[in-house]
Design a protein around this ligand. Structure first.
Ligand SMILES: Nc1ncnc2c1ncn2[C@@H]1O[C@H](COP(=O)(O)OP(=O)(O)OP(=O)(O)O)[C@@H](O)[C@H]1O
Length: 136
């Protein structure tokens, strides 16, 4: 069992727990970057059973409190329009979130003028409504 420095908080109770070495295996040593956001870089990975995941590795500047809150909130948030959190890694300085992988690209890619299949206004409106439903 991996212990962390935050009292009264058990990572094991908040979804599947991954060790750092498991993350290395899953992501093939963080070989494929799929994006970058406010929290840090996001890597593509594949679990043992073949399920594809997005591993969000948090910057070292992210606070452990922020991380805990994100895990707690996301583990409780279930909606068909929200990407699911599968688990997390909290080992030493490493804080990571493991999400289901969404293969259709970002909304930005779909609405940009350079997109291959530009969305109709009806489709755009439906996405806005679905996103709002996911926020409820
Ligand atoms: N579950 C996922 N499946 C596929 N790609 C993802 C997934 N999560 C993130 N990404 C990719 O990584 C990028 C960064 O995602 P991230 O969630 O860190 O930041 P963001 O949503 O762009 O912004 P913010 O940090 O403000 O939340 C996304 O734009 C997307 O390209």
């Amino acid at each position: 069992m991996i212990k962390n420095s935050i009292p009264n908080w058990s990572v094991e109770s908040e979804g599947q727990h991954f060790t750092y070495s498991e993350l290395v295996k899953i992501t093939n040593n963080f070989a494929s970057t799929i994006g970058s956001g406010g929290f840090g870089k996001v890597y593509h990975g594949t679990l043992k059973d073949g399920i594809q995941v997005a591993v969000k590795l948090l910057n070292s500047s992210s606070s452990s409190k922020e991380f805990q809150n994100e895990v707690k909130l996301l583990m409780r948030a279930h909606h068909r329009n929200l990407v699911s959190l599968i688990g997390n890694c909290y080992e030493g300085d490493t804080m990571a979130l493991v999400f289901e992988y969404v293969s259709n690209g970002t909304l930005e890619q779909h609405i940009s003028a350079a997109a291959e299949n530009v969305l109709t206004w009806k489709e755009r409106l439906q996405i806005a409504v679905d996103a709002a439903r996911g926020k409820q």
